[in-house]
Design a protein around this ligand. Sequence first.
Ligand code: AHM
Ligand code: MG
Length: 336
Amino acid sequence: HAADAHRTDLMTITRHVLNEQTKHPESRGDFTILLSHIVLGCKFVCSAVNKAGLAKLIGLAGETNVQGEEQKKLDVLSNEVFINALVSSGRTCILVSEEDEEATFVEPSKRGKYCVVFDPLDGSSNIDCGVSIGTIFGIYLIKDGDEPKLEDVLQPGKNMLAAGYCMYGSSCTFVLSTGGGVNGFTLDPSLGEFILTHPDIKIPKKGKIYSVNEGNAKNWDGPTAKYVEKCKFPTDGSASKSLRYIGSMVADVHRTLLYGGVFLYPADKKSPNGKLRVLYEVFPMSFLMEQAGGQAFTGKQRALDLVPEKIHDRSPIFLGSYDDVEEIKALYAAEE
Ligand code: AHM
Ligand code: MG
C-alpha cells in the first residue's frame, strides 16, 4: 500500500535529474551523464574516506598543494578520482580543482560543453580525527562552443548552472541545486544509490546559530566584530545565538542550511581576502544558499556577483538565513 511505496519506488538522484531535465526539451541527457560521473566520484571518495584508517590512507603524501599546505594522501586520491571521472564523462572541457595549480583542459576527443570547478576533499585537516569532510563542486557552460578558454571558468557565480556538495559524515549526503531549489540525497550503502531524503530544502528565515573561527577575532574588521558581539550580547531583547564551528566548510554549511543561522569566514588583518576560495568554495555554497531562500554576502556585494580574476582567488563570505545575513549587510553599510 501507499505507506510502502517509498520503499519500492525509489527517487534516485539520476531519476530526479532526469525528471528535472524534462523541463528542458532541448537537453540531450548530457547533464545527467555529467552528474552521474560526479556521483560516481563521490561514492568512490566516500568509500575511501570510510576506510581511511584501515587502508593506511591517512598521512602525508609528501607533496605540497598550490596553497602551500601539506597534502594528505586522501586529497591526492580524491583529486585523481574526480579528474578521471570528469574527463571520462566526455562532457567536460575545463576542470579547476583546488589541488591543481593550473586548470585542466580536456583533450579534444573527450571534450564536452561543461566546465567543472571543485574541491575534491575539503576540510582535510579533519581527516585524522574522523570529523565530516566533503566534496564541493560547481558547473558552468562553456561561453561559446568552440575553443575552451580560461575565461570560461572566470565567470560570476550567478552564471553557474548547478552546484552541490557531498558530505562524508555519519551518513553520506549529496546536496544539489540545478537552479530550481535545493534537494538532498542520502547514500543507501546497500544499494549504492543516493535516494532523495531532503526534498526542496529551505533555510529558516532566521536562525539561532552562528559559525565562525573566533580564534581570529583580534584581526577582524569592525562589522564582523560587531556582528559576533551582537550574537552573544543581543541588544534588541532577542536570545543570544549558539556557537557551532566544525572547521569543515561542508559540515558547517550543511548544518546552516538545515537548521538556519550564519556561517562566516570573514576577512582579517592577516588575510584581507579571507581564506575560502571563490570558485569552488564560496560560489557553490552561495548558489545553494540563495536557492534555499538564504543569502550570501562578501562584505561588499552579493557573493554570486563576484567576478574572479584568477582560478584560486579567495573572498570573505557571510552566508545563511536571509534575516541574519541582512543584519550583517546593514553593519557593513553603516561602515561606509
Ligand atoms: P582546506 O581547503 O585546506 O581544507 O581549508 C578549507 C577549510 C574549510 O573547510 C573550513 O571552513 C575552513 O578551512 C576552516 O578554516 P580555519 O581552520 O581557519 O577555521
Ligand atoms: Mg578546501
